[in-house]
Design a protein around this ligand. Structure first.
Ligand code: ADP
Ligand code: MG
Ligand code: MG
Length: 482
């Protein structure tokens, strides 16, 4: 069998890819470490089988990240939690922010209809559980330093809080094998799943039924199942029982009683944790939409509830970046406003009217400077370069309002080896995206938990403009702070 060999000659002393002692097959060592530490995914061939599994793709080495910007991302997270929570409670704001989007975007419009229905009926649950992940890239400034810029915030099904813990062990091991003991010790411990589980447990406690369970709303095909399992394991450590059900299961066997308590298969549900339902294709028919409505109407604690789901849209992100908007949510907290705003990239409306026309003209003039973003999740949906011109020029009527325009963030590339099943081992020019996990629980008007619970670094080859790990583009990584 041909041995894989990492090229040592390229690695000058001090390079983040350096080996301080010779080694036969670093990629195999790394892959074995990933398998041993549960950095796993199901395969494309057998996406529902736990018989044939593989390692989740990852970088051979951690990626250098400046300490100050990393800390800045951690520090702003509890403010982002508060912001998301405040927006979700402000029906007028959501209505106004999403008005132009719901007119042309069918998916957002369907979510919004559920939101309106719940508003009309009144919420049957005063406990709110939010688990989110705010993602950033480090924009390279002219002086060589970098600025933390938010890409988006995910308020539903934010993933990889589970596999993050394992990838820490993998990189610690690899660095030791490479003779870089000091770097190995510098890799930060990180287990977001534990924090996510703590928040779910807190919410469940407030539901006040010892026997009620946590329902994880899953899809029928899930390659990233081990990431979810990590959260389940963390919950089990806290003696909290989880069940996994699809929209179909809930439709077939779920029901609400007179007090809108949710039951399925004889069990009362305290918390519904969505790991499905964030892209249109996951609603296979009207029946799945009806089921989402039933879950939202129930007195189970939804994570997220429909308003919080809508708060994570790119349109809301764009509206927040307009002057004076953040101040509405933090009227007496100028410092919080500044801290959040410092992470905003340029975001531009495409609403019909003068402002939107200006955005179009700007984009057509220099499309390489921007990203055109629809209201979608999961990676692979954004539009770049000349395609932006095509889409904007061909948009009919108010079609353009399904998108927002955003400044393209240009991080400093770094070199790394991306380890992915059946891919040749080559050194890649890479870009990284840092995510920070937030968890909060509110009961009525009182925040009973508001925390930053860990991070995620994902790295992709710079040949790809878009895409996350699940989309098959980015791979798991760790920051090596400097
Ligand atoms: P999704 O909800 O589909 O993950 P994102 O906003 O995260 O949508 O965009 C997907 C990917 O596109 C990101 O992971 C990132 O690689 C790239 N991307 C998005 N916005 C920008 C931007 N403003 N500048 C550079 N790259 C971006
Ligand atoms: Mg997203
Ligand atoms: Mg994203």
């Amino acid at each position: 069998m041909k041995r894989e060999r990492v090229e040592h000659s390229r690695n000058s002393h001090g390079s983040p890819l350096r080996w301080e002692r010779p080694l036969q097959s670093p990629p195999t060592t790394a892959k074995d470490a990933a398998l041993l530490n549960g950095v796993l995914m199901r395969t494309k061939e057998a996406p529902n089988s736990s018989e044939l599994v593989t390692y989740a793709p990852f970088t051979l080495f951690p990626t250098p990240v400046p300490k100050a910007v990393f800390q800045q991302a951690l520090d702003v997270q509890t403010h982002y939690n508060s912001l998301v929570d405040k927006i979700s409670q402000n029906a007028d704001f959501l209505q106004e922010a999403l008005a132009s989007t719901v007119e042309v975007d069918d998916f957002t419009s369907r979510l919004f209809k559920i939101h309106k229905q719940i508003l009309k009926e009144g919420s049957s649950q005063s406990v709110v559980l939010g688990l989110n992940r705010s993602d950033y890239m480090l924009d390279q400034k002219e002086d060589g330093s970098s600025a933390l810029k938010q890409i988006e915030i995910n308020t539903i099904s934010a993933s990889f809080g589970g596999l993050s813990a394992g990838i820490v062990c993998v990189h610690k091991h690899i660095l030791k094998v490479a003779g870089r003991l000091e770097d190995s010790m510098a890799i930060l411990d990180n287990n977001p799943a534990a924090g996510l589980a703590r928040a779910i447990a807190k919410a469940k406690e407030l539901y006040r039924s010892v026997r009620a369970v946590v329902l994880i709303l899953v899809s029928d095909t899930e390659r990233n199942i081990y990431d979810q399992r990590c959260v389940e394991m963390e919950l089990m450590k806290l003696n909290i029982f989880t069940i996994q059900r699809t929209f179909e299961d809930v439709h077939a066997r779920g029901s609400l009683d007179k007090e809108k308590r949710l039951f399925i298969d004889g069990m009362e549900v305290a918390v519904v944790y969505y790991r499905n339902g964030y892209v249109p294709q996951q609603y296979k028919s009207q029946q799945d939409w009806d089921t989402r409505l039933m879950l939202e109407r129930s007195s189970a604690i939804k994570c997220p509830d429909i308003a919080t789901h809508l708060t994570g849209t790119k349109k809301v992100q764009q509206v927040l970046a307009q002057p004076g908007v953040l101040e509405r949510f933090f009227p007496n907290e100028l410092q919080v406003v500044e801290q959040i705003r410092a992470t905003f990239a340029g975001l531009y409306t495409l609403d019909m009217g003068l402002e939107g026309d200006k955005t179009v003209a700007m984009a057509l003039q220099d499309p390489e400077r921007y990203v055109l973003k629809p209201q979608r999740e999961g990676g692979g949906n954004n539009i770049y370069g000349s395609e932006i011109c095509k889409v904007l020029q061909e948009a009919k009527g108010s079609d353009r309002t399904m998108y927002i325009l955003m400044d393209k963030i240009k991080p400093t590339p770094s070199h790394n080896y991306l380890l992915r099943r059946d891919s040749p081992l080559t050194i890649s020019n890479c870009l990284s995206e840092l995510g920070v996990f937030g968890a909060y629980v509110r009961q009525g008007t009182e925040m009973v938990m508001n925390e930053q619970v860990g991070h995620l670094l994902r790295t992709k080859s710079s040949v790809h403009a878009d895409g996350g790990v699940a989309a098959g583009v980015a791979v798991l990584d760790n920051p090596l702070l400097y």
